[in-house]
Write a protein that binds this ligand. Structure first.
Ligand code: TXA
Ligand code: MG
Length: 420
């Protein structure tokens, strides 16, 4: 073995290795290592390159290499000309820049440079079969990246771009499979955030950008979230204030017979159907209690991974709101009596009814957008407070509520208590 394993010492004997490969990396040269009590897969290339490795939400240094991350602050979504050029140059030369979009912060790299895209996976600790979204600045850019583009793509682009909509199309050869997770399709989005567009335009390259969080953590909606997850792992972080929408883009697959929503978001099924007629929803994202023994294979590879999870145990309470409040109060009181740290996610309308634990309002039930905007931030805040048990109300399952519940259910690992 050529690699200097640094702090990670392999000590598993072949007979004690698990049958299934662990999540975290799908590269060829994998070895299994134990670090403390934790078994992990490590890519030899990464170790040789001194690239830190993430497994199951934890981050492991290999040779203790830390990048010097530059953090630059935009004022009113504008960077100074020189800073914009520096960020653009980082992207052009194959580096990583985290930047704000209207949905969540993205972690950008040149989408047509496979080695730049690979750095994204390493910084996030993201499984390499999970494809990236390519961000563009002009509708016409779609044709540079995709082939056999259906008319519906242009109809949707006309209405919803710039904005929180991602289209899945058949990819052209110029898009490396390292960007598309080995798929023959490519995800394309033209963001509304003007700073994001200025950056992509200045770089003069298409920008692959997943959410700028460590894989599995809640997506970042504030620069401080990105700094927490990515400082030391990326070249630059642009602080452009809060991401206004707070949920990642709606993803629509246009490569099949009928358009299919692969990830719900702020652009709802109804809004899409008003433009292009019937739109289907990937059955996997409608599951409220996926049975791991069943074939649960969402078409967007990213939707199958554990996601958004806070460190504490999150439980969703569903039912009549008065019963929900009663049940959460009872549960929170009991856990507090056991000496646990308890958080409650309430709404403006209900927060004064909760008597136990740290109660936070996620927004107003009269304004679902306010709930969407603070969902990830509240999950992160509860982590900062080291809450061990978190209880939340549930939200409507139509329009935006569908996207909110999709994220919340994943964050809770589908742990739902129904009260009557
Ligand atoms: O709002 C957003 O979309 C944000 C901002 C930064 O633009 N980006 C984002 O990227 O949420 P990410 O990587 O966190 O989520 C992308 C999702 C994943 O679930 C991935 O599997 C799916 O899009 N995806 C990407 N390319 C795909 C493809 N060719 N076919 C199916 N799903 C794809
Ligand atoms: Mg993400």
């Amino acid at each position: 073995m050529k690699a200097d394993l640094g702090v990670i010492k392999p000590k598993q004997t072949p007979s004690s290795l698990p049958q299934e490969p662990l999540p975290g990396s799908r590269h060829q040269d994998l070895i299994l290592c134990a670090y403390g009590d934790i078994l992990m897969q490590v890519n030899l290339d990464d170790i040789e390159a001194g690239i830190p490795t993430e497994y199951d939400g934890m981050f492991y240094g290999t040779k203790g290499v830390r990048m010097n991350t530059r953090i630059i602050k935009a004022v009113d979504l504008k960077l100074k000309a020189q800073e914009l050029e520096e960020a653009a140059e980082v992207l052009r030369s194959g580096g990583l820049v985290a930047f704000p979009t209207e949905t969540v912060y993205g972690l950008g790299a040149n989408a047509l440079d496979a080695s730049a895209a690979r750095k994204i996976y390493q910084a996030k600790g993201r499984p390499s079969d999970n494809p990236l979204i390519v961000h563009i600045t002009e509708v016409e850019d779609m044709a540079a990246l995709a082939r056999e583009i259906p008319e519906k793509a242009y109809e949707l682009a006309k209405v919803f771009w710039p904005g929180p909509l991602t289209l899945i199309l058949k990819k052209k050869d110029c898009v490396p499979s390292g960007t598309t997770g080995g798929l023959d399709t490519v995800a394309i989005r033209l963001p509304a955030n003007t700073l994001a567009r200025d950056l992509i335009a200045a770089a003069g390259v298409y920008v692959a950008a997943p959410s700028a969080n460590i894989s599995g953590k809640p997506s970042p909606t504030k620069a401080e979230h990105v700094i927490k997850d990515m400082d030391g792992k990326v070249d630059m972080i642009i602080d452009g204030g809060n991401a206004t929408l707070g949920l990642e883009s709606t993803i629509v697959d246009l490569t099949g017979e009928a358009p299919v929503i692969l990830r719900p978001g702020c652009i709802t099924k109804k809004m899409l159907e008003n433009v292009i007629g019937t739109v289907e929803v990937d059955p996997a994202i409608l599951e409220t209690n996926p049975d791991p023994n069943k074939n649960f294979a969402p078409k967007a590879p990213g939707m199958k991974y554990r996601h958004y999870a806070p460190e504490g145990s999150l439980t969703i309470y569903e039912g009549q709101i008065s019963s929900v409040i009663h049940a959460i109060n009872r549960e929170a009181q009991q856990k507090l009596a056991e000496g646990k740290r308890v958080g409650v996610i309430a709404t403006d309308e209900t927060k004064s009814s909760y008597l136990y634990g740290t109660v936070m309002s996620i927004g107003s039930r009269r304004d679902e957008a306010s709930i969407a905007a603070s969902l990830f931030a509240i999950l992160r805040e509860l982590d900062e407070l080291h809450m061990e048990y978190i209880y939340t109300e549930s939200f409507g399952d139509n329009s935006l509520g569908h996207a909110i519940m999709n994220r919340l259910l994943k964050a809770a690992g589908y742990r739902v208590v129904k009260v009557s």
